[in-house]
Write a protein that binds this ligand. Structure first.
Ligand code: FA5
Ligand code: MG
Length: 610
């Protein structure tokens, strides 16, 4: 069944967008946009003071042009280029490095890349013809049509820590910066944790684009996270923004005063709002457009501007969600999974106040899907210093960022996030470009649960970084229900303050002083046990599991935790659910994996098996 939407016909200018150089290139017909992004900017540091939300926004060069080989290139980097073995950690003497997207990177003591994560680079699922991630991207882009919106993809996953965090005003102690949450290439570079890492570059590009007032960016993003059916260390995000500039002249080209310019801008936003279609969405939105303490507006912005921009942002995103869910419902009806009556029920969504360092006020959008609130996206009014630093300080506007898999799972009825990475033709052959079809499970292979228990410290007291899943309750693993891909994943919808770019704000993050980044390719190289006490973090267990068993593990959860009354030592027991989405695992195979997991946990995290 083909989607009934208009807007599918926009031109995708490059079929296989694999630019050879540092990326985030405009894929548009606008000549100004088709080259490199601007490479120089004066460093400006601005501060905005908003009570506890004080933040600093830095300007740096995110895209230093063509990344030409410097005349005096570091010999080891030259060696990496010469070896030309992409996405593989190469060691030579005391040096270690990796070639990613044709760029050599040296590793250092901050590096925590693993072979497993490196294997997942360069897949570019968002550009793979017929792939559900690619179709979902195109569906989202169709809601924000060219040429008013430029559509970008960013193939090189390595960004500077400045681009990922500093430019966006992330506080120094934000949990997203922790090495337990983020993949560090070295102390200055990370695998991007969100597409917002490219906001600054995209805003800089907008300064040159007369015909456009917004953009979308799609890319893969990387987070050291828990393991379950809706979390994978790589997933896709899509980001969008829309700006309004303050006119300097009236409709006859006659110069107007700054005051008049403000009034005209309000009229422009009003006009854009009126142009948006009204969609049949039942939206719960109990909060005001902004709230001085909880969700403040920026001092530069007028009340009316914020009210109108918030309304425009929310209606645009409700339109997006309505389109996606309409397509999902049609596919369900076509496949006999839903009767026609259910189709007519209005879609239920709710707006929740949120916090992102780079927007204020901010919100998250949740959708009621099969009885559960599911978080789809974060959004807000762009922090003005960010726009100033990108050369578009005369404009104001909104931005959003969403998880593409979250939408794709709902659209196609795909129950397990690992399936998106499958190269099994029984999966891939089910999908066609720009066609929403219901995923037909080709088989459900048996699960094999195995527990692993260990002491995490040799001497009291121990601090276990708290995560939502580290409750002490013993839970029986929930069998996956193909009808409800999100059953048991209540962490998907968490009202309250949101954490941007990973680093769940509900987690206690280890302080920088006690944070112990894994050594380069921690999983394979470290032979001396690191002290587990005080530095233990659940995400490190997840990372070892991923390295040992890759996508053969469906989920991992803490099922028991206790403190020994005499010694004060803490014991944890994790249940690892081995299940391949593509074949039956043998007992021997899972036993071998599980034993290897035990050895690696001892070696790399310094735990003591029980
Ligand atoms: C961000 O990453 C912000 N950069 C979004 C943003 C952009 C806010 C622009 C304001 C302006 P967050 O960490 O909440 O926010 O992630 C955004 C979305 O990505 C989530 O709502 C969810 O749909 C998706 N997402 C987050 N973590 C995962 C994960 N581990 N697996 C799959 N999808 C995820
Ligand atoms: Mg969030």
């Amino acid at each position: 069944m083909r989607l009934p939407f208009t807007g599918w016909g926009f031109r995708l200018s490059r079929k296989n967008p694999k630019p050879p150089l540092e990326t985030l290139r405009c894929k548009s017909t606008d000549a100004a946009a088709s080259g490199e992004l601007p490479s120089t900017l004066n460093p400006v540091i601005r501060r905005v003071e908003q009570g506890h939300r004080a933040a600093s926004f830095k300007t740096v060069d995110i895209y230093p042009g063509d990344n030409p080989i410097p005349p005096q290139e570091d010999p080891f980097k030259a060696f990496l280029r010469h070896r030309n073995e992409p996405n593989k950690i190469i060691r030579e003497g005391s040096d270690a490095g990796v070639l990613i997207s044709s760029n050599p990177h040296k590793l250092d003591s901050a590096s925590n890349l693993s072979p497993t994560i490196l294997k997942l680079l360069d897949r570019h699922l968002y550009a793979e013809h017929n792939h559900p991630i690619s179709t979902t991207r195109k569906l989202i882009q169709s809601v924000f049509p060219q040429p008013k919106y430029q559509h970008y993809t960013a193939t090189n996953p390595v960004v500077t820590t400045a681009a990922n965090f500093d430019v966006l005003g992330f506080p120094a102690d934000h949990p997203g910066r922790s090495s337990t949450d983020t993949y560090y290439v070295n102390k200055d570079e990370v695998l991007r944790t969100h597409t917002s890492a490219h906001q600054h570059a995209a805003f800089k590009a907008m300064a040159k684009l007369k015909a456009s007032y917004g953009y979308t960016i799609c890319a893969d993003v990387f987070r050291r996270d828990s393991i379950d059916r809706s979390h994978f260390p790589v997933f896709h995000q899509m980001e969008g923004a829309r700006l309004w500039r303050k006119p300097k002249t009236d409709s006859h080209g006659i110069r107007i005063s700054s005051f008049e310019g403000f009034n005209r801008r309000i009229e422009l936003i009003q006009h854009s709002l009126r142009e948006l279609p009204r969609v049949p969405v039942d939206a719960e939105d109990p909060n005001p457009a902004f709230h001085d303490e909880r969700n403040p507006k920026q001092s530069e912005h007028k009340h009316e501007e914020v009210r109108l921009m918030a309304a425009h942002l929310k209606r645009s995103l409700e339109t997006l969600v309505a389109r996606v869910f309409h397509a999902a419902r049609e596919a369900r009806v076509a496949s006999g999974h839903l009767d026609a009556d259910t189709v007519d029920q209005p879609l239920k969504v709710r707006w929740v106040e949120a916090y992102f360092p780079f927007t204020t006020p901010s919100w998250e959008l949740e959708v009621l899907w099969q009885g559960e609130w599911l978080e789809l996206l974060g959004c807000g009014i762009v922090q003005q210093p960010l726009l100033h630093n990108a050369g578009v300080g005369d404009r104001i506007g909104w931005a959003w960022g969403l998880g593409v898999e979250r939408l794709a799972m709902l659209l196609f009825g795909i129950p397990d996030i690992r399936l998106f990475w499958s190269q099994d033709p029984r999966f891939l052959d089910q999908f066609q470009d720009k066609v929403i079809t219901r995923y037909q499970p080709f088989s459900r292979y048996p699960a094999c649960y195995k527990d692993i228990a260990f002491w995490i410290d040799s001497s009291p007291p121990t601090t276990v970084a708290e995560t939502p899943s580290t409750s002490i309750t013993i839970t029986e693993p929930q069998p996956a229900s193909p009808k409800n891909p999100h059953s048991g994943s209540s962490s998907l919808a968490k009202p309250g303050l949101a954490a941007a770019a990973g680093g769940d704000s509900t987690k206690a993050s280890p302080s920088p002083a006690t944070t112990q980044p894994a050594s380069p390719s921690s999983s394979s190289s470290s032979s001396s046990p690191s002290p587990a006490a005080a530095t233990f973090h659940e995400n490190n267990v997840m990372e070892v599991v991923r390295d040992v068993a890759g996508s053969l593990v469906e989920d991992v959860r803490l099922v028991d935790e206790f403190r020994h009354p005499n010694t004060g030592r803490t014991s944890l027991c994790y249940r690892v659910n081995y299940r391949s989405p593509e074949r039956t695992l043998t007992n021997d195979e899972t036993n071998r994996l599980h034993e290897e997991l035990g050895r690696r946990l001892v070696r790399e995290l310094g735990v003591e098996l029980r």
